[in-house]
Ligand binder design. Structure first.
Ligand code: C2O
Ligand code: CU
Ligand code: CU
Length: 507
């Protein structure tokens, strides 16, 4: 039944956007072959497959992982993630054209999404583009993003949570001339740190969602892994480092700080470098968000340590403090680590002292002014109410529909708009990390906050909303028309349908 106020989106090449009426389930053809007119600078193969990874002492853990192979380009474009289930790190320069052959060797459908990248809708890894076991999808796009720390992960509908949890995720790092002209730490002094939480059974197998209540709060593992390893320790020299931190967890929120109380020096967010460094006592990092830290170990002596921790955070009763923990069965040893519990994340050990001349640049990235007046709707922002309704996650009272947009989800290519996300709280009152595909936005303001540690500066693609909060974002719909997603990046919420399409209509 078609709601009078809703359109049906007709997908596929040559179809002119939005049509009213019944379409009989038309689906686009998967992009299965390379386009001979597209001349890539970098060409890779990525295979999603079932494998094993040594994580805990004893038996290796069965994981799902991406394996990569460089087909064209220089060795630096693809780096193995080491002793980890994480996919290889892809590094490219802004302006480069990239072709990626994705092979699905999982026992179920999948598709890769390039989180944070500004790419055409057909290359974004929408769940309607999933491919079956044994099939191939070819991605071709030009990298237009600023230098920054982006990432890739699966996006099949209702299966993103378990697939990412199984190990499918990797970093996609972009560099550009602006970044290269700065004297930021490079190579061995530029450290990616992917933080995730996992629960293991007595045979070192991964345990996912054992209680229905966990769907509501989101999955919370009882061990913290960094780059696929527990109790992560990193040997460093007594000099500055660049830390690129990704919260790759399904639903856990980190409240990052240095254990000794020194403030964090933040140089970048989701969409790359800030205009200039900022100093914060702590930084909240919701699922899918990234933060880049200038970590200066100068002046420390051999054997000294510095620990990056997640500080205690009161997320209320339904974020797990008194949640399913009490109901955990013997499979997880009954242990439960609530969202907001404190723990160590990374221990840095000084292995050598070194005199380094590397100084923190006071000017980082160039930023255009982005005032609200340039938005078409600055006096009446487009509002999105995020809520749990009868144990179902909804956005403006709707759940995900694969090929549909409502008329209030259609925007015009080439315009700017103010979007407002409103976490009404409700029952249960939960945090929602809201993510928009296809672009980077700016946070204009936040209302009703009881927390500190938000990093609302800089370019963002994911913004954390605590119960009772509302945020205003400046959106810019540029270059690409078509169907894109916006959703809660708590992956259990996303999988239950707290996700919608928006449609960028060409003029
Ligand atoms: Cu990180 Cu829709 O994804
Ligand atoms: Cu995304
Ligand atoms: Cu949510």
């Amino acid at each position: 039944m078609l709601n009078r106020r809703e359109f049906l989106y007709l997908a596929g090449a040559g179809t002119a956007g939005l049509l009213a009426g019944q379409t009989g389930g038309l689906r686009p053809l998967a992009h299965a072959a390379a386009d001979s007119d597209f001349q890539p600078d970098v060409e890779l193969a990525l295979k999603a497959t079932v494998s094993e990874s040594p994580i805990l002492p004893g038996r290796p853990t069965v994981v799902w992982t991406y394996r990569g192979r460089l087909l064209k380009g220089e060795a630096w474009h693809l780096a193995d993630s080491g002793r980890s289930y994480l996919g290889p790190t892809i590094r490219v320069r802004r302006g480069q054209k990239i072709r990626i052959h994705f092979y699905n060797e999982l026992p179920e459908e999948s598709i890769i999404h390039w989180h944070g990248l500004h790419v055409p809708a057909e290359m974004d890894g929408h769940p309607r583009d999933v491919i079956a076991t044994g099939q191939k999808f070819v991605y071709e796009f030009e990298v237009r993003n600023r230098a920054g720390t982006y990432w890739y992960h699966p996006h099949p509908h209702a299966r993103t949570g378990p697939q990412v949890y199984g190990g499918l995720a990797g970093l996609f790092i972009v560099t550009d001339d602006e970044e290269q002209s700065l004297t930021l730490p490079r190579d061995a002094f530029d450290l990616p740190l992917v933080i995730q939480d996992r629960t293991f059974d007595e045979n070192n197998g991964l345990v996912y969602l054992t209680h229905p209540m966990e769907r509501m709060t989101g999955f919370l593992g009882n061990r913290i892994l960094v780059n696929g390893q527990p109790r992560y320790a990193q040997k460093v020299l007594s000099r500055p480092y660049r830390l690129r931190i990704l919260n790759g967890s399904n639903s856990r929120i980190y409240n990052l700080a240095w254990a000794d109380g020194r403030p964090l020096t933040v140089i970048g967010t989701d969409g790359g470098l800030l205009p200039s460094p900022i100093v914060r006592p702590n930084v909240l990092l919701g699922p899918a968000e990234r933060v880049e830290i200038w970590a200066d170990f100068s002046g420390m002596g051999k054997g000294d340590e510095a620990t990056l921790v997640s500080r205690e955070l009161d997320l209320g009763p339904l974020s797990g403090m008194t949640g399913p923990g009490g109901m955990r069965g013997p499979a997880t040893g009954g242990r439960f680590l609530p969202n907001g519990a404190p723990f160590a994340v990374v221990r840095f050990e000084i292995s050598h002292t070194e005199k380094s001349s590397s100084r923190l640049p006071q000017q980082l990235g160039e930023f255009p002014p982005d005032d609200m007046d340039s938005a078409a709707n600055h006096s009446a922002p487009r509002q999105f109410h995020i809520a749990m309704n009868h144990m179902r996650g909804v956005i403006n009272n709707r759940v995900f529909e694969m090929n549909r947009v409502a008329d209030d989800e259609v925007v015009q290519l080439g315009t700017r708009e103010v979007w407002e996300f409103i976490n009404r709280g409700g029952m249960p009152a939960l945090p929602h990390p809201m993510h928009v595909h296809g672009l980077q936005f700016r946070v204009l303001g936040r209302l009703g906050s009881l927390y500190d540690g938000y990093l609302d500066e800089g370019w963002k693609d994911t913004v954390l909303l605590m119960p009772g909060e509302r945020v205003r974002l400046m959106m810019r719909f540029e270059d690409y028309d078509g169907l894109f997603l916006y959703h809660c990046h708590n992956l259990e919420h996303e999988d239950m349908g707290m996700m919608r399409n928006y449609y960028v209509r060409a003029t």
